[in-house]
Design a protein around this ligand. Sequence first.
Ligand code: G6P
Length: 369
Amino acid sequence: EQIEKNGYDHFMLKEIYEQPDAITDTYRGRMLVDQGIVRMAGVDDNISKFLNARRILIVACGTSWHAGLVAEYIFEDFARIPVEVEYASEFRYRNPVIYRDDVVIAISQSGETADTMAAIKLAKEKGAFVFGVCNVVGSSISRETHAGAYTHAGPEIGVASTKAFTTQITVLSLIALKLAKEKGTISNSDFHLYLRELELIPNKIKEALQSNEHITDVARKYKDASNFLYLGRGFNFPVALEGALKLKEISYIHAEGYPAAEMKHGPIALIDEMMPVVVIATRKGHYEKVISNIQEIKSRKGKIIGIVTKGDKEVRELADYVIEVPETVEAFTPLLTTIPLQLLSYHIALMLDKNVDQPRNLAKSVTVE
Ligand code: G6P
């Protein structure tokens, strides 16, 4: 096992650090930046299904569901296709409306999650085209779906999902870009810009990982809190959910993720000097609005940990701590803002002496319904 951990103390940390390479593996051979081509056999062979889709329905559980939420923003923004994201367990039990011209995308790291599998079978019965985004090659879901694309993240051992999440977003971004190009919903120059930005993401993640020591200090400061709030808007709202889930999973600290603007409809009542609030406040994406959310937290004495764009000054003035990530286009910020949140929960769990790789009560793949 020590050999498999490759010098890291835990699989989770190893997998966090593998993300630059994992993402490169995900887009290798699929994204030809100079030629301006995205090719992916599972999509290319079924391109008319995608282009004629009335809607895209995404079904998934856990972290994969969060990747689906990010994809909703990306598909709608790039390809102008309406997207619904469903918990597989809710979808399958509620007699959902499924059209024959819906494309259902099932996202699953393990490819074995029972509820996701059941949702796929239901969608197939109703005549929809079902596309899988799985990590484990040859898994049940990859066999049950009509077509699919693997994330190629390599084995993920830590129960708390990390590199599966960012590689799922990468695959789904490539699909969205391909459809957007085919449909003409983004300009050629934007298409090229996005490809080039995606190509830069692995190096930008490496840069984000350099904050590890600073994040350890932040973890030390707040590890004894009983509650955390995570806020984000737009593309980074799902990242807030994912950040809170990571903390819950491995540190057993209660954490809630919320869309920043919804804070005033409830969570703001919880804020006092005991409450650390992690706010994703990158410069692109409703920045001014997030600043005003931060001011509201500060006036109630909440502790603010800002996830900001490199060089940011405004949030730094208001926050107790800031953690910087490099700049990128708004749609791809989740690939960067996720990194410090993974590290923060890792260090807090470690300081609290929890079993980071195998948290209590959780399983890597949930094959019960
Ligand atoms: C379990 C794991 C999570 C994962 C979820 C969905 O709860 O602990 O990390 O996100 O299942 O798993 P899947 O393999 O379908 O992505």
